[in-house]
Every structure is written in structure tokens, then in C-alpha cells.
Design a protein around this ligand. Structure first.
Ligand code: DCP
Ligand code: MG
Length: 365
């Protein structure tokens, strides 16, 4: 048997934070198949399986060329039996039956539609499905009680499930910049999330707000949100205050991945002229997240909010398993030295962690 072309194999470091992952890569059909199974596992609250598929997809995104045979994958990390089976099927037939069956299953589609409503998580969606609600029409007709977020989510469902464009993100950046600099001279606005990684579309627009003088960021969120509201720019907003210092687990040791910054989940009303709404519409709704951080935590917040979600997860796993450190969006704690390590840039945090710096555009794991 000819084995010649199979001798070319790849090597990839174990953790996604040790490697560069560009937005565009050589194996989209393989990573898409694995990502769909990861999504399905998330929708069914099987986190272990979801992370396994996400890691496998991320390894394929990092390869320097297209995979043509599974033998090229020998020795690569994070590729379990299940993922390899999926890859084998896609390489052989162009698709995988498990992926196709999932993609067309009633439960998967219902979970996707229902969790696609802003304010609806997997637990709520699952409960509705058990009550026989599989789509928006059935939800509207069911007289189910919705909270304020879910009602806004349902009202603006179509807009919020339309990708936010780079142009939309730029318009919103301008608005937030204007609000912040007129209300709080010196305060800074930074675009984070997928757009900072160079994505051309996103599901929302994420911002970090800070002030170069520690403490001067206090009161910023309330003022900015009131101003935006007074301008008629907000269709919905919910602000939660900073709960970092008072938290049970204390600074730098959050028990969950959820950070404790002062944060505003908003739905912006973006007018024509500011963006390009669908034909015949004067405006479109866009999800925006605003987060305020003191300057002393800014580098950690920036690293934590730039993503991707898997990249973040891998950074924390690296810190914990390889360095006996605990990383959050607030701080880095060295468990051996029993002290916090300061940083005023992302580069310094990578150095503390013993990692080569990976720029935002290469964090698309
Ligand atoms: N994040 C976090 N803690 C949270 C919420 C988010 O650390 N409580 C991080 C992980 C994400 C980043 O912030 O990488 C932005 O969150 P998004 O869900 O907006 O993710 P993206 O911006 O990467 O994706 P999209 O383009 O879909 O908005
Ligand atoms: Mg985002």
C-alpha cells in the first residue's frame, strides 16, 4: 500500500494559549463538524464533552495545512476517539452522520432557537421544550411569563440574531467614546471580544471602560448609561455593580469563571446613518456589553475579555496546571509565592505565565 503522502504529519502544542490560531485556517469543514457537536453538548449541559470537542476543533484550526488523512494526526493532543471518528467520516464522505442527525434533530433546533432569545439559558429552554414549546410562535401563544430581559429578547429576536457587522461595531464605538469623553474626560474606551480579535461579525459588541487614575472610574457606568438612555439609544439595559472585593472567595480567586466587574448588558438602538439596518427599517437592535474596570486590573480584564472563550479557558488551565497560579479577569495569583503578580499590559501577564505573547488576532482558538 502507498503510504508516501501520509508521512507528512503535524505537531501542535497541547494548550491553545501556547499556539497561534488565526481566524481563517485550513480545515473549516472538520472544525465546523466538531464545533456543532460541541454546541450540542453545551445545549445539553454536558460540559466535559463540550470542552473535549472544542479542544479538538481548536487543534484542527491551528494546523498549517489541510488534513487529507487521519494518519497525519497521529500524536496530536486533544483528539479523542470520538473526535477522530468524526474527522474520519468527514474526510471520507464529506460529512458525518452523527453531525447530520444532530443538525436536523428537533431538540437541537428547538434549543438553538429558544436559547437564541436574549435572556434565555439552556435550563429555561429545556423546561419550555418539556412543556411542548419548540419555537417562537409556540412561545408567544403559550402565555409563558417572561422576565424583562427575555421580553426584550423576544421583541428584538430577528435583529439580535442578525450578525453585528464591523461597521455597526465602529458606529457604537463612536457613540460610547463620545459619551465617555464628554462625561468623564480622560476615561478610556476599549473595544474587546471578537472584534478585537479581528472578526468581521459578532453576536454583540464588547467594551472595557477605565480611567488612568485608580478610583476615578467610579460612577462612570451610571453616568454613561443615563446619558445613553436620555439620548434614546437604549432599548434595554441591566447594570450590575462591582462585587469583586466583597465576594466570598476574595480577589483573584473567583470560584466561577464569571467575573465581578460593574457591568451593563444593553440593547442599543442603532439608527440609519449610524449603520445599515435592513431595507425599510429606520434602526436595528444590537447587543452591547459595557464593563468598567479600575486601571490596576485593566490588563487582566483586557486579556479576559478578548477571548476566544476556549483561549481563555486554556489560559486558566495552563496557569493552574502548569504554573500553580490562578488567573482571572481581575488578577493573577501565584500559589507558590502566595502573592498577586502585578501587570499593566497583556505582555506582562504572558511573561508571568511563562508563555510567548500571542496577539489578539491569533487568539481565535
Ligand atoms: N467573557 C468573560 N466573562 C464573561 C463573559 C465573557 O470572560 N462573563 C469573555 C469571553 C469572551 C469575551 O469575554 O471571549 C467576549 O464574550 P462574547 O460572548 O461576546 O464572545 P466573543 O466576543 O468572542 O464572540 P462574539 O463575536 O460572538 O460576540
Ligand atoms: Mg462579543
Amino acid at each position: 500500500e502507498e503510504k508516501e503522502e501520509e508521512t507528512c504529519s503535524f505537531t501542535v502544542p497541547n494548550y491553545a494559549c501556547q499556539r497561534r490560531t488565526q481566524l481563517h485556517h485550513h480545515n473549516p469543514s472538520l472544525s465546523d463538524a466538531l464545533t456543532l457537536l460541541a454546541e450540542n453538548a453545551e445545549l445539553n449541559e454536558d460540559d466535559g464533552r463540550a470542552v473535549a470537542f472544542r479542544r479538538a476543533a481548536a487543534v484542527l484550526k491551528a494546523l498549517p495545512a489541510e488534513v487529507t488523512s487521519v494518519s497525519q494526526l497521529k500524536g496530536l493532543p486533544c483528539l479523542g476517539e470520538h473526535s477522530l471518528r468524526v474527522i474520519k467520516d468527514v474526510l471520507k464522505d464529506g460529512s458525518c452522520s452523527e453531525v447530520e442527525t444532530t443538525k436536523h434533530s428537533q431538540r437541537f433546533n428547538a434549543l438553538k432557537v429558544l436559547t437564541g432569545i436574549f435572556g434565555v439559558g439552556v435550563k429555561t429552554a429545556d423546561r419550555w421544550i418539556r412543556d411542548g414549546i419548540f419555537n417562537l410562535q409556540q412561545l408567544r401563544e403559550s402565555q409563558t411569563t417572561l422576565n424583562r430581559a427575555q421580553q426584550a429578547g423576544l421583541d428584538h429576536y430577528e435583529d439580535l440574531n442578525q450578525p453585528v457587522t464591523r461597521a455597526d461595531a465602529d458606529s457604537i464605538t463612536e457613540i460610547v467614546q463620545e459619551a465617555v469623553s464628554s462625561l468623564f474626560p480622560g476615561a478610556q474606551v476599549t473595544l474587546t471580544g471578537g472584534f478585537r480579535r479581528g472578526k468581521m461579525t459578532g453576536h454583540d459588541v464588547d467594551f472595557l471602560l477605565t480611567h488612568p487614575e485608580e478610583g476615578r472610574e467610579e460612577g462612570l457606568m451610571d453616568k454613561v448609561v443615563s446619558w445613553l438612555d436620555s439620548q434614546g439609544l437604549l432599548l434595554y439595559q441591566k447594570t450590575s455593580r462591582n462585587s469583586y472585593l466583597e465576594s466570598r472567595d476574595g480577589p483573584g480567586r473567583p470560584s466561577s469563571n464569571m467575573d465581578r466587574f460593574e457591568r451593563c448588558f444593553a440593547i442599543f438602538k442603532l439608527s440609519r446613518g449610524q449603520t445599515s439596518p435592513p431595507a425599510g427599517h429606520q434602526w436595528r437592535a444590537v447587543r452591547v456589553d459595557l464593563v468598567v474596570t479600575p486601571i490596576s486590573q485593566f490588563a487582566f480584564a483586557l486579556l479576559g475579555w478578548t477571548g476566544s472563550k476556549l483561549f481563555e479557558r486554556e489560559l486558566r488551565r495552563w496557569a493552574g496546571h502548569e504554573k500553580a497560579m490562578s488567573l482571572s479577569s481581575h488578577a493573577l495569583f501565584d500559589k507558590t509565592q502566595k502573592r498577586y503578580l502585578r501587570a499593566s499590559s497583556e505582555e506582562e501577564i504572558f511573561t508571568h505565565l511563562g508563555l510567548s505573547f500571542i496577539p489578539p488576532s491569533q487568539r481565535n482558538a
